[in-house]
Design a protein around this ligand. Structure first.
Ligand code: NG1
Ligand code: ZN
Length: 523
């Protein structure tokens, strides 16, 4: 077989170390770093095949995002920056579960099914986060690509959103932007600086943020952005050399609802927390009464949607704006955006690929997970209409056109999202307090439950309703009834071997109580 070497290298350098069945999940493959060598190698093989299949460059990102430093993971990026196509998720699962000897046959089969052209010379971009394990795992990916004759462009330590951007620009011939890290900083920062050229302060808005880098790649990369921001925004960087995601970062702040360690606890300062690969962002602040407040993906989404809606209205452009959330969106945010702002809301399953897909139904789709992962996407027609009106000196369309350049449409980016939030606050003359008071979050609680087999739980209606095990949804309904403004749902995690429980109610005590009760019913 053409792929005979792939088996040889597997046996000698990257032998399979487990017989457990492993699945390509929401975030690709993720586990303890020491279990990943053989998976990485095989993902290198697969990426090369996918590149032949699409006749375009493919990306491989090595990261376990917000998970602890001992973990790692890998996910493939498709040619236009999308998540890997579902059929290839199945191929990934097949390839990873084959024995070392079966690799050539598995590759033949995948190649045959996809009818790929093996004469194409595959190109694969690889990138990795700052985990100590990432460099070695990256070498395994590179071996995989090379063994089937592929070329590698190693982007080194980089954020997830930058690799998505570079892949997109490379494959579309530079239409979306210059296909390099530097091109990314330039595009985004130039637009950001222009949008506040009349002065960096405005009303209650002060151009100062504290930045919690989660001790990861986000802490390194922000420095590159800052080189292009001049005096337009002052960013104090914290958490740039401790343990990754430990007691800080976007996931910690969101789930624990706590101020990140390592950032000075100063009242009324905006603190921006990113996660371990810088694709999620959460804001928080301490008010004048020393009370802690957290502004999550829902708050960010409503802020952005509200601003875009206003620019659209004032520009006279007739474009359909919509917001996409998941079941984790705070009930108060959904209420606010539908009733107060009159922007239509759709609910998608967890995982950005589902949100992204659903956002395509709008001319302008804002999508965010409550955990701070999200962005805004524009249809081709919407983009053309905005650029065209901007050229005809429509002032609001011109602003919108610059806002478009601050956004990474290929995938959510913590840093680009931060610059977008800062842009809206600046335009409105708002402090973080002004932003926060748009609506009050319903108190809520998230819990993890470990069960023998999480796949026995299946759901429908964008994960808001449990189908199996039988009777579970009825029990949840009964429990929820007892709580004013109560809402709760359970779903198996797509990234960890656990079941997640979510509950909200009119007080924190009640939300906690409801979550514990529902968790009890799952266990
Ligand atoms: P799972 O483990 O399927 O809940 C988590 C996040 C998702 C998404 C993925 C990928 C929550 C509740 N879930 O998925 O939103 O970010 O990880 O990283 O935050
Ligand atoms: Zn992440």
């Amino acid at each position: 077989s053409r792929f005979a070497d792939a088996a040889k290298v597997a046996t000698s350098k990257y032998p399979k170390t487990t017989n457990k069945t492993i699945k390509y999940g929401t975030a690709g493959f993720r586990s303890k770093a020491e279990e990943l060598d053989f998976i990485m190698y095989r993902m290198g093989l697969l990426a090369a095949l996918r590149a032949c299949d699409t006749k375009a460059a493919i990306g491989v990102m090595i990261t376990a995002s917000h998970n602890p430093v001992q973990d790692n993971g890998v996910k493939l990026v498709d040619p236009m920056g999308e998540m890997l196509a579902p059929a290839w998720e199945v191929h990934a699962t097949t390839l990873v579960n084959a024995s070392d000897d079966e690799i050539p046959r598995a590759l033949e089969k995948i190649g045959g099914e996809a009818r790929i052209d093996l004469n194409h010379s595959p190109l694969v971009f690889v990138g990795r986060d700052t985990r100590p394990s990432s460099s070695q795992l990256c070498d395994a990916v590179i071996s995989g690509v090379r063994v089937v004759g592929g070329d590698v462009k190693d982007l080194g330590v980089i954020t997830t959103p930058i690799i998505h951007y570079v892949i997109t620009c490379h494959n579309d011939g530079g239409t979306y932007g210059v296909p390099s890290e530097e091109g990314y900083y330039q595009k985004i920062c130039e637009a950001f600086v222009k949008l506040r050229s009349s002065g960096a302060s405005n009303g209650n808005y002060e151009p100062i943020v504290y930045y919690d880098g989660a001790n990861g790649v986000g802490a390194l990369m922000i420095a590159n952005f800052l080189k292009h921001l001049g005096n337009s925004l002052s960013v104090s960087i914290y958490n740039d050399d401790g343990v990754l995601n430990h007691l800080c970062g976007a996931d910690y702040v969101k789930v624990q609802q706590k101020w990140p360690e390592g950032v000075p606890r100063i009242q009324n300062v905006r603190c921006v927390s990113v996660d371990g690969d810088a694709d999620r962002v959460i804001y928080s602040y301490i008010d004048s009464n020393d009370k802690y407040h957290m502004l999550d993906g829902d708050k960010i989404a409503t802020l952005i949607a509200g601003y875009i809606q206003e620019l659209l209205k004032n520009s006279g452009l007739k474009l359909k704006l919509g917001l996409v959330q998941t079941a984790y969106a705070n009930g108060a945010s959904t209420e606010y955006i539908t009733r107060k702002l009159g922007v239509p809301v759709a609910c998608a399953m967890t995982g950005v690929k589902h949100l992204h897909h659903m956002a395509l139904q709008f001319d302008i789709g804002v999508y965010f997970e409550a955990n701070g992962h999200g962005t805004v996407i524009f249809s081709k027609e919407a983009r053309a209409a905005i650029r065209d009106a901007a050229q005809r000196n429509n002032e609001n369309a011109n602003k919108l056109s610059q806002v478009l350049d601050v956004i990474n449409e290929t995938v959510g980016d913590a840093i680009s999202d931060m610059l977008l939030v800062e842009t809206v606050l600046h335009a409105r003359g708002w402090s973080i307090f002004d932003w926060d008071k748009a609506y009050a979050d319903l108190p809520n609680r998230q819990m993890k439950v470990t069960v023998a087999d999480r796949t026995v739980i299946t759901t429908t209606d964008a994960e808001r309703v449990c189908v199996t095990p039988e009777g579970l949804q009825n029990s949840i309904n009964e429990m929820v009834k007892a709580y004013p403004q109560g809402r709760s749902f359970v779903r198996p995690s797509g990234t960890e071997d656990i079941v997640r429980v979510y509950a909200e109610a009119s007080s924190q005590e009640q939300a906690d109580e409801l979550a514990i009760k529902v968790a009890g019913a799952v266990y």
